[in-house]
Design a protein around this ligand. Sequence first.
Ligand code: HEM
Length: 467
Amino acid sequence: MKQAKKDVADTSFLQRMWESIFRGPLDPQTDRERKLMVLDSLILHLHPTTIAERTLKLTLTWGLGGMATLLTMVLVFSGVMLMFNYTPSPDQAYNDILNLQTQVWFGQLMRNIHHWAGNLMVVVVVLHMLRVFFTGGFNMPRQFNWVMGLLLLLLTVTANFTGYLLPWDQLAYWAITVGTGLITYVPLLGNWIQTVVLGGPEVGAATLLNFYSLHIAIIPISLLIIMSFHFFRVRKDGGVVTPRAPDEVLEKRQPKVTTVPHLVTRELVVGLVMMIALLLFAMWVDAPLEGVANPDVSPNPAKAPWYFMGFQELLLHFHPFVAAIILPLGALFTLALLPYLEPDMDATGVWFRSNKGRLMSVVATLIAIISTPILVITDEYLLDFVGWLPSLPTILSNGFVPLALLMLAVVGFYELMKHLFRASRCETVQATFVLLFVAFLILMVIGIWFRGPGMVLMWPSEVGVSH
Ligand code: HEM
């Protein structure tokens, strides 16, 4: 009796709660016990039975990978619910959405949850990528999983983009018209690819059907397959990186704890908090819906979805081939090659590589915050490469010439930071990444809030949409 009481006192409250709810004895006698054992082994399919105690720290992963996983489940569930009340045809789609919002029990809420979860997923996946980058989680042996992650990021954005069209309102119609317009700048094959994607020369019934099939079947299935592989690789690569202080050398054998309940209870808490926040937000803020799509009336300005606005802003400064093709593809390839080009194992698990790396990242952020708006304004009012170089084709005068100058500035930044801080290669690469990433975020902000009719620069209070 005394021993039993002592055992109970030795276990934490959460552990006792967990055991009373989920864990049965090892030799299951009843149906319930058998079911609980199955649940346990399901969890242990995703996780190893034990993990390094240090990796439990919330500030290592912020639970972002898990949040992305949970959001995928929420999106699949709410998406299937919406399918009960949706027909992918231009005559019916918009009315179905109106009907869903006004006639169907919890229809508006379900649409809101799906809409906001989709947008949150883009944010969470990007944050997860940043977390992996800044903790050196892409170094060997995880480099291939990093590339898989980039594929997941592309799929996440494409899932959102294809879903954007489905309500068939003005916002959807023109955002997709602008977004798919970028495809035409692919050399030689651009027009052909655009026709295949749209199912014709412009956004219409065939586009809606194409996007619907991609959105409800092809992308989710690909996402689930690659996600499973992503999880499998995390386990194969020895779990997530082990966090450590900048100058700390880790012992080979780290103290371990069991996954159940230590990791799983933490995952439950993060998941619950996210679900509650999502639900409250979806209860308060409705997903936008404008008037029915009208191909004859284009809003001014017609803007792409928010996550493409950085590229739409770049289009105002560079030839479209550079803004819509070279820069995004260049960024993607550089990111994919990063772990192969910069294999600095010493920094794995250390946030921002080192204290110096952290300081350099702050400096790079400040430089980006100051220089990006200055460059945008200078280009808007002072620079005129096409006028200055009239004998050159615009792809050179407005494309490769400013691109070369930009690259020169980036290389200059790299060399200056390396020299000033006497930094290692990986610290300097990180600072350069921060510079470019923050600059892109600022371009996005300018595109979303500081561009009005005719895409003219103006203060957010003056930005309106005219038709
Ligand atoms: C649908 C999108 C994604 C899902 C559901 C997902 C899920 C996860 C989960 C659950 C983990 C382990 C725990 C954690 O780190 O939070 C993880 C780790 C990892 N993820 Fe992702 N991920 C996604 C996208 C990405 C992206 C965009 C990248 C990078 C480009 C990426 C690269 C990695 C890497 C390299 C690891 C191992 C990191 C380490 O060991 O610290 N993932 N992911």
